[in-house]
Design a binder for this molecule. Structure first.
Ligand SMILES: Nc1ncnc2c1ncn2[C@@H]1O[C@H](COP(=O)(O)OP(=O)(O)O)[C@@H](O)[C@H]1O
Ligand SMILES: O=C(O)[C@@H](COP(=O)(O)O)OP(=O)(O)O
Length: 307
């Protein structure tokens, strides 16, 4: 059977690969089409190309055909697929930074977003901190060995009575871990790999301006205005079978965590970083993708996102 070839271009170099229903179906499921429907739809596209006698098609033309047929079927999915494609077409690697107080959902959302965008690299700032702990001793940098919301306990200099020691400790802690976060961003930019970096140490104003001001670096802050919903997330997290972090610790420090929540949100507003209320996963992801498309996506650019 004769294969239909798809012609694409990466870094100015043309390549050809056989049309795959599986690959097309996977990209449609990223736009939230039901997997069975996506496979049927991909088969219809293949049948259409065959009936037209196509044996070689440019990737952009294929996307246009898919979009046209999608618009006839489901406008909402067509829009999501279009947004996703316009992000995928950009030549620069995409660095997405997701911050927010402990428990607001940065790791869950990072995973979902990376999946939707087809980004294969993801790291949590907790992991970066863990690596840093192996390099620097507790005596030299005690803050590194604390949690963001307990870092006040390792402050060497007493805080003035009028200031919030939780926030002073938090700032010290985040400032330290930011060095590792910046190293990961710099490496990703140098290597040209797309990555999602998430965690409480992504705080607006703490990461070098020369990095966060790049058009392919997007920062978000997640929030949960309702304290009870926030508390509930710790319960749901500790119910997960593999969860190893005791609920009690987070409940004991919940007041401190809420103070960091308010502080991070305030900094996001001050630094014009989008604040996304993480109630419903789909709404959160959609609003982030829409934002990334506006600042980074391009209708004209050709090429693939490097992931
Ligand atoms: N939008 C959401 N809706 C419902 N549950 C969520 C949502 N986002 C996260 N969760 C749940 O909340 C808990 C904490 O999320 P997690 O991603 O671990 O937070 P963080 O990494 O910010 O500490 C997890 O059990 C997760 O499944
Ligand atoms: O330092 C902190 O605030 C939390 C962040 O982790 P998340 O709750 O955001 O995953 O790490 P911990 O020391 O509790 O393991």
């Amino acid at each position: 059977m004769k294969l239909i070839m798809v012609e694409g271009e990466v870094s100015g170099k043309k390549y050809e690969e056989p049309f795959s229903k599986g690959v097309l179906a996977r990209s449609l499921t990223r736009a939230e089409m039901d997997p069975n429907k996506a496979y049927t739809f991909a088969s219809q596209i293949e049948a259409h190309l065959k009936s037209e006698g196509v044996d070689l098609i440019n990737l952009d033309d294929l996307i246009r055909i898919v979009l046209k047929k999608l618009r006839e079927e489901d406008k909402e999915i067509a829009e999501k697929y279009g947004l996703w494609k316009s992000i995928r077409k950009c030549k620069e690697p995409l660095i997405i930074l997701i911050g927010g107080a402990s428990g607001v959902g940065t790791s869950s959302i990072a995973f979902e977003l990376a999946n939707r965008l087809g980004i294969r690299n993801m790291i949590s700032t907790d992991m970066i901190r863990e690596v840093m702990r192996k390099i620097v001793s507790k005596e030299l940098l005690p803050t590194l060995y604390e949690s963001s919301y307990t870092a006040f306990s390792s402050l060497r200099i007493p805080t003035p009575p009028e200031s919030d020691e939780v926030l002073i400790g938090f700032r010290d802690h985040v400032d330290t871990v930011s060095v590792g976060v910046e190293a990961v961003i710099e490496r990703a930019l140098k290597e040209g790999i797309s990555i999602v970096i998430e965690g409480v140490h992504i705080v607006p104003g703490f990461i070098k301006e020369e990095l966060v001001s790049k058009s392919n670096v997007s920062m978000f802050v997640l929030t949960l205005q309702d304290e009870e919903i926030h508390k509930g997330r710790f319960y749901s997290r500790c119910r997960q079978m593999w969860a190893r972090r005791p609920l009690e610790r987070y409940m004991n420090y919940f007041g401190a965590i809420r103070r960091t929540h308010k502080y991070i949100e305030g900094l996001a507003i001050k630094n014009h970083v989008p604040v996304v209320e993480n109630i419903d996963v789909t709404t959160t992801i959609d609003s982030m993708i829409e934002h990334i498309t506006k600042t980074y996506g391009s209708e004209e650019d050709v090429g693939e996102i490097k992931s």
